[in-house]
Design a protein around this ligand. Structure first.
Ligand code: NAD
Ligand code: DAU
Length: 335
């Protein structure tokens, strides 16, 4: 099978490609990535090359109609990770989110329709908005979309395009909406790697607002295994929610990191809150578990975080330059 992975130089996409090399060696993989600030080409270094068994990297934009048309025609399956992915950035500069996340998805859908190929669209639980802390219900596939930020609105828009292309044009597509990922190779602008690299540099973790906001954490390998399960066992036209019952508030995550990294429990600071900050996400992944054999392998978040901390300890050359830039951006917005 010839697989086109968009956004394969980013956090989740690069982990997907590295893992697919091991679990699906028979796949021929091409990565299409614009190599934005969020990409790390180095992440793919172990698998890139010109040989038949190597992963090929095409540097380009998913919003480039001609390029996307040619690449989709040459592949059997598109796995669409590419997106601008950081909420804080979307609040400062929304346009790239519209162009990459909405127009880019539109270009892929049209190419998939023209060439009768299959697409799996990667999305997020944030499209459903947020929940109260004491809400007994979690997100399910039928939860109405209700996005809060320019980022989540752009992802909800892309999801709706995919659903419309399924219904109106009968394209072969599936959608997954996953909760917050953690693990190796995540950009240091994101919560967990920002705090891990802060602590490694002797800087206190920075908690937005009260720190009581809840995210439903899942290890990136569990997310990516679920994507493969949906592609191989899911039903065409369906949406699947991916989550591993990992709800923690931000204070709890910081406490675990401080403990793992031998710092006192109160060694962090509160900073100003994110405008429109979603309070809580929580995923009911019952449909995915009923219809596929997928189960999360990282049940223990502490063990997963310990592995993640060790990866950042071992790979300072991977994150140091990006850290300088990310902290300059945060300094400008006062967080
Ligand atoms: P990331 O920011 O780490 O990586 C995104 C990648 O997409 C980068 O390599 C970037 O260069 C590439 N890209 C951006 N715009 C592009 C364009 N126009 N054309 C081609 N490439 C482009 O993001 P991530 O955290 O790996 O997220 C990947 C996908 O998973 C996104 O669609 C995101 O919405 C979704 N998702 C993320 C999470 C999470 O917790 N990180 C959870 C659920 C869903
Ligand atoms: O739910 C899935 C989503 O998870 C994905 O769609 C997004 O691409 C991904 O970025 C993530 O969005 P969040 O906004 O939840 O993730 P972020 O890492 O930015 O923040 C996680 C929580 O931590 C959130 O409540 C804000 C808080 N935070 C974040 C940073 C960067 C802090 O308290 N301090 C920080 O320094």
């Amino acid at each position: 099978m010839r697989v086109l992975v968009t956004g394969g130089a980013g956090f989740i996409g690069s982990n997907f490609v590295l893992r697919a090399r091991e679990t699906r060696p028979e796949w021929s993989v091409t990565v299409l990535d614009k190599l934005t600030y969020a990409a790390h080409r180095d992440s793919l270094a172990p698998v890139l090359g010109d040989g038949a068994a190597d992963v090929h990297l095409v540097v380009g934009d998913v919003a480039d109609e001609a390029l996307v048309d040619r690449l989709v025609a040459e592949h059997d399956l598109v796995i669409h990770f590419a997106a601008e992915s950081h909420n804080d950035n979307s609040l400062e500069h929304p346009w790239p989110f519209i162009e990459s996340n909405i127009v880019g998805t539109f270009r892929l859908l049209e190419a998939v329709r023209r060439h009768d190929k299959r697409i799996h669209h990667i999305s997020t639980d944030e499209v459903y908005g947020d929940l109260e802390l004491d809400d007994p219900d979690r997100f399910v596939e039928a939860t109405p979309v209700n996005p809060s930020s320019p980022y989540s609105a752009s992802k909800a828009s892309a999801d709706l395009l995919v659903r419309a292309w399924i219904r109106s044009f009968g394209i072969s597509a599936t959608i997954s909406n996953c909760s917050n990922n953690y693990g190796p190779r995540q950009h240091v602008e994101k919560f967990i790697p920002r705090q891990v690299t802060n602590i490694l540099q002797g800087i206190r973790p920075k908690v937005y607002g009260s720190g009581t906001n809840v995210r439903d954490w899942i290890h990136v390998d569990d997310h990516n295994d679920a994507v493969v399960a949906i592609i191989e066992q899911g039903r065409l036209g369906e949406t699947y929610l991916i989550g591993a019952d990992g709800e923690r508030n931000n204070l709890e995550i910081v406490a675990t990191l401080l403990d793992l990294m031998d710092r006192p429990a109160d060694w962090f600071e509160h900073v100003s809150d994110r405008p429109g900050h979603d309070l809580r996400y929580a995923i009911d992944s019952g449909k995915l578990r009923r219809e596929t054999d997928w189960r999360p392998r990282y049940g223990d978040i502490r063990a997963g975080l310990a592995q993640t901390v060790q990866w950042y300890r071992d790979n300072p050359e991977w994150w140091q330059a990006a850290k300088v830039h990310a902290e300059q951006v945060y300094a400008q917005i006062g967080r």
